[in-house]
Design a protein around this ligand. Structure first.
Ligand code: DX5
Ligand code: ZN
Length: 244
């Protein structure tokens, strides 16, 4: 399956996208492998610039290292930066599959979507909780994925903002079958069902996966599957006992 097919023609839904923001940064390769072995469909990289959000995280160098270590993985890069356009080239060269930027910094996002596609990546448009959903409705067409933030971006481990599901119910019927609706922030075993019911089909979770003692159980719970999905796989080394 080519990488772009994961979004356009997913083998199963919802797709589960662990955000590596809550992984142990000193063991990143092993953490990512453990999440994938535990049933993750892709990896979500949260890029922050200290301006759009009050935090600094990771950049193209980490993306490149993950691409080299995990040649088959789908890398979803979420840019929480004030100037995403300047990073299209660097992330394309670093092996990103999906480049997501915010409507709050590009009110006419079509041009940037085209630039992202020309660089060989899928394009995503994100919206923060306080921003009116009307801001994105005229711009859905060129995007492969719409990202609804369900926390104010900047940090993992925050509480889910339930009102965001109204946006999901509004946007979902407007999307084509080949467009995905992603939700990010505070998604865990308690909130995932509501996200799925509202039409979200790509669930991002940082703390719910990487702070869990059992990554496979956490991912199965997000997916809405009976616990023990990972037992379909060969038993391997203990998955994800880290607390970092
Ligand atoms: C928030 C990031 C999220 C974050 C989610 O700024 O965009 O991807 O890592 O963390 P949890 O799942 O812990 O809310
Ligand atoms: Zn994110």
């Amino acid at each position: 399956m080519s990488m772009n097919d994961l979004l356009k023609n997913p083998p199963r839904l919802p797709l589960i996208a662990p955000s590596i923001l809550s992984a142990d940064f000193a063991a990143m390769g092993a953490e990512c492998r453990a999440a994938l072995d535990a049933g993750a469909d892709l990896l979500h990289l949260d890029v922050m610039d200290g301006h759009f959000v009050p935090n600094l995280t990771m950049g193209p160098a980490l993306c490149r290292s993950l691409r080299e270590a995990l040649p088959e993985v789908f890398l979803d890069v979420h840019l929480m930066v004030t100037d995403p356009a300047g990073f299209v080239g660097p992330f394309a060269e670093a092996g990103a599959d999906l480049f997501v930027f915010h409507i709050e910094v590009e009110s006419e996002p079509e041009g940037l979507a085209e630039k992202i596609h020309s660089a060989g990546m899928a394009a995503g448009l994100a919206i923060n909780p306080p921003t009116d959903v009307e801001a994105i409705l005229p711009h859905l067409d060129p995007f492969d994925l719409i990202l609804l933030m369900s926390v104010n971006p900047g940090f993992s481990g925050q509480q889910f903002i339930g009102e965001v599901l109204d946006k999901a119910r509004r946007v979902k019927p407007l999307l084509r079958a080949d467009q995905r609706l992603q939700i990010d922030g505070g998604v865990n075993g308690r909130t995932a069902q509501g996200c799925r019911d509202a039409g979200c089909d790509v669930l991002v979770a940082a703390s719910a996966v990487f702070k869990s003692p059992d990554y496979a159980a956490a991912i199965a719970e997000l997916r809405g599957a009976a616990a023990g999905v990972a037992s379909a796989r060969e038993p391997g080394p203990s998955r994800g006992g880290r607390s970092g």
